[in-house]
Structures are given as structure tokens and as C-alpha cells.
Design a protein around this ligand. Structure first.
Ligand code: B12
Length: 216
């Protein structure tokens, strides 16, 4: 049995502790990004396939999501370091009516691990409410997640609205939609489409290098 089938089995049994232990010991040394990208994400995609083929029920899929959320929260990066006041800021949310949030939660974790100050607003957020947070928090980067293709008009609306912000934050679009659809029409010098966390990590490291280059 491969890793994601093994983990899916533990998820569907509601076996939180064993699922966490499995994830923590499956790689040596433990790598958080790989745990998200190569273990948890394929496990949830596998759960999606079982669901689509009626091999599991909606309740089973909810249980798997809850176990995945637990495991993700346990391995999430939390820094005890002080000094985040100077850090760059990112605000993350899922567009209105979008309920899928596990990917966004992983994104929050990756940003934290790179020393960013993160404001994670979760899924299903109407634009007017995001705006209130954005204008008080003034993020350098806004990350948006969308899974379903019919979110496209909503996504367009939010991206256009954020492009009018006077301090020109960078905008990242990710989620299942970015994997399945051609979103190149959104791309600009401020808007980036990301298929996964490895692309995010690459972008973050390149961005950090640019920051270092200009500040030295
Ligand atoms: C769990 C789940 C649910 C849960 C969501 C729980 C939750 N709170 O997250 C619930 C039950 C609510 C749900 C509901 C629905 N779902 Co659903 N769901 C899933 C499932 C099984 C897993 C989703 C998941 O967590 N994946 C794991 C995460 C980590 O993956 P990810 O989101 O792609 O994130 C990765 C990248 O995209 C990236 N990323 C994500 N966001 C961002 C953002 C940025 C900025 C960046 C840089 C990167 C990034 O990072 C992650 C790691 O690489 C998927 C199966 C699948 N293939 O995804 C179906 C799936 C997405 N759902 C589906 C459907 C149809 C629905 C419903 C319409 C069902 C219904 N009839 O009600 C509703 C719609 C709800 C809504 N209004 O949004 C379909 C979509 C099919 C399609 N054609 O589009 C899927 C594919 C299942 C299937 N195989 O049929 N769902």
C-alpha cells in the first residue's frame, strides 16, 4: 500500500493519533513542506476519488477532513521567536462560498516558516469583509484560494478590486482551480498563479533574495 492509501485508511477510521504518527515517521528527516505536498494533499485527493466513485459517504469524507485538519495543525509551524513586527505580512482567505480550506491552511504554515506575519481568514469570505481586514492589516501579499471552476467570476472581481489598492500588494492565486484551469489572463507583474506549495516556496525564496539584494 502506498503512503496516501495508507493514510487515507487511517483518516477514514478517524484514527488521528496513528495518522499523525504515520506522517511524522514516514520521512527522515521530517520535512514539513513534503509532508503537506506528498502526504496530506494526495491523501485528500484520494479521498475525493473515493467519494466521487461512491466508495465512501459524505460523512466519511467529513471525518477524513477533520483528521487531516488535526494532523495539519499538529505539524504546523509556530515560531516562538519575537520580532515579527518587522516581518512582511500576508493575508490569506478563500473566496465567498468556497468551503475548501486545507490548502490555504498549508499556505499559512509555509509563510510562517519563512518568517512572515500571517493573517489567515479561512474560507468563504465576502469581499466587503476582506476589504476591512486588508485596509487595517495592509498586507504586502494577499493569497486567495479557490477550488471550484464556478468561482471564476468571484475571483476576477476580488483580484480587480485588490489591484486598485494604493500600496500595490502582490496577489497570489492558488487552489484546485489553479491546477485545473488556465488562469493566465490574471497574471501581471503583481498577480501570480501557483499550482502548489513548492512553487510558493520557490517564489518566497526568490522574493526574499530580492529583499536581501536591495537592502545590502
Ligand atoms: C474535503 C473536500 C470537501 C469538504 C471541504 C472541507 C474543507 N473545509 O476544506 C466539503 C465537504 C465541504 C466539500 C464540499 C464540496 N465539494 Co469538495 N472536496 C473535498 C476534497 C475531498 C478534498 C479537498 C482538499 O482538502 N484537498 C487537499 C488540499 C490540500 O488541496 P488543494 O486545496 O488543492 O490545495 C493544494 C494546492 O491547490 C495549493 N493551494 C491551495 N490554495 C492555495 C492558495 C495559494 C495562495 C497557494 C499559493 C496555493 C494554494 O496548496 C495545496 C498543496 O499543494 C476534494 C478532492 C480534491 N481533489 O481536492 C473534493 C472536491 C474538490 N469537491 C468537490 C465538490 C464537487 C464539492 C461540492 C460541490 C460537493 C457538493 N455537491 O456539495 C461542495 C462545494 C462546497 C463549496 N461551496 O465550496 C469536487 C470538485 C469537482 C469539480 N469538478 O470541480 C472534488 C474534486 C471531489 C471530487 N473528486 O468530485 N468538499
Amino acid at each position: 500500500m502506498n503512503h496516501h492509501t495508507q493514510m487515507a485508511k487511517l483518516f477514514l477510521e478517524g484514527n488521528e493519533d496513528e495518522a499523525l504518527q504515520y506522517l511524522q515517521t514516514a520521512q527522515t528527516p521530517f520535512n514539513r513542506l513534503m509532508a503537506y505536498e506528498q502526504f496530506l494533499t494526495p491523501t485528500m485527493y484520494h479521498i475525493g476519488d473515493l467519494w466521487e466513485n461512491n466508495q465512501i459517504s459524505v460523512a466519511d469524507e467529513h471525518l477524513a477532513t477533520a483528521v487531516c485538519d488535526f494532523v495539519l495543525s499538529q505539524v504546523d509551524y509556530r515560531s516562538t521567536k519575537q520580532g515579527l513586527d518587522q516581518a512582511k505580512k500576508v493575508l490569506l482567505f478563500g473566496v465567498e462560498e468556497e468551503q475548501h480550506y486545507l490548502g490555504l491552511k498549508m499556505v499559512a504554515s509555509v509563510f510562517r516558516e519563512h518568517g512572515w506575519k500571517v493573517r489567515y481568514l479561512g474560507p468563504n469570505l465576502p469581499l466587503e469583509h476582506v476589504h476591512k481586514q486588508i485596509t487595517t492589516f495592509k498586507p504586502d501579499v494577499i493569497g486567495i484560494s479557490a477550488a471550484l471552476s464556478y468561482r471564476l467570476p468571484k475571483l476576477q472581481e476580488v483580484v480587480e478590486s485588490f489591484q486598485k489598492l494604493e500600496w500595490n500588494p502582490q496577489i497570489l492565486i492558488g487552489g484546485r482551480m489553479a491546477k485545473k484551469h488556465d488562469l493566465s489572463k490574471f497574471v501581471s507583474d503583481k498577480v501570480f498563479i501557483m499550482k502548489d506549495l513548492e512553487q510558493l516556496q520557490g517564489w518566497l525564496e526568490e522574493d526574499q533574495n530580492k529583499v536581501n539584494a536591495t537592502s545590502s
